[in-house]
Write a protein that binds this ligand. Structure first.
Ligand code: GUN
Length: 294
């Protein structure tokens, strides 16, 4: 069965918009998300564009702050400090990756954890790892929503995650082993130094592919009846498209799909859920639901 991330994301945006209407009708403040975008990377431009559009659909205020590639780290840190101190801004993100001359970790740690709706600050990562209220990074949070809304059993299941990035693989592993559903799974994380990856993948009831290498997961790596979640979004040249490229997942979809009980397509699977998770986090920030406002 196809997991329709676009449909679920539209539904959640609708739910958020209704809640925002209620808040504003009761005299409350409209949630406000800001984004900092450095340079003109095509993928980042697209993602940030989607985030701004999603803000409109949810009834949020959005602010986009742009810097050129040659901006200094100090300029960026100054902008972050001003967003930290702006009482109207509930949450903000700095779109990654950043140019090589900027220390990404220093930038992330400059964000007030109470406004870190990307969930990248070590305070949020640490709180998630011990099961405390926090902002969960958007892609893993979106995948958990899909598992929940499609009622895919996770308790006691074998979950294999391909990739160990800070923004997908690692938090995904943490969430899948959390002490409630969706979660309670037995988790294995495989990466570039793992031995016999196909054999490990074949044990998976839930296989989550997040390496960013098109077509890596082939049919021989998937157990009959498995759930396959494809996080890949690599731009592959495609002259037949107006844009000149198409998005490719990490899974050989045509070959793998017949073996699965559930599978996410690319595009239209995890991608729209990532954006909507950021909207959810922003609403939570605005309501002071994670870190109470003083
Ligand atoms: N780059 C790739 N994914 C993300 C994300 O979720 N948030 C930010 N800020 N940058 C990204």
């Amino acid at each position: 069965m196809l997991i329709d991330g676009k449909k679920v994301a539209d539904q959640i945006k609708q739910e958020i918009a209704e809640e925002v209407n209620r808040i504003v009708a009761a005299g409350g403040k409209r949630p406000h998300l800001a984004a900092i975008l450095v340079g003109h990377d095509g993928g980042s431009e697209t993602y940030v564009g989607h985030k701004v559009k999603a803000c409109e659909q949810c009834g949020f205020t959005s602010t986009l702050i742009r810097f050129e590639d040659d901006c200094t780290e100090a300029q960026l840190l100054e902008s972050i400090a001003s967003l930290n101190n702006d009482p109207d801004v509930d949450g903000f993100i700095v779109q990654l990756p950043l140019p090589a001359h900027i220390d990404e970790q220093r930038v992330i740690e400059a964000i007030d954890p109470r406004k870190d709706v990307d969930g990248f600050h070590p305070v949020n990562v640490g709180r998630m790892s011990i099961g405390l209220p926090c902002f969960v990074s958007a892609t893993p949070a979106g995948i958990m929503q899909l598992l929940e809304r499609y009622e895919i059993p996770t308790k006691g299941k074998r979950c294999v995650i391909l990739g160990r990035s800070n923004i997908v693989g690692k938090p995904m592993a943490t969430l899948m082993m959390q002490k409630h559903q969706p979660g309670d799974a037995t988790v294995t994380v495989v990466h570039s130094h793992s031995n016999d990856i196909p054999a490990i993948c074949r044990e998976a009831d839930i296989l989550i592919a997040a390496m960013g290498r098109p077509g890596t997961v082939t049919a021989d790596m998937v157990k009959d009846g498995a759930t396959v979640i494809d996080v890949g979004t690599t731009r592959v040249p495609d002259p037949s498209r107006k844009s000149g490229f198409r998005l490719s997942g990490d899974v050989d979809f045509a070959a793998v799909e017949p073996k699965c009980s559930f599978i996410t397509p690319v595009p239209g699977g995890v991608g729209p859920m990532t954006i909507v998770s950021l909207m959810r986090n922003t609403l939570l920030a605005a309501k002071g639901a994670v870190y109470p406002k003083n």
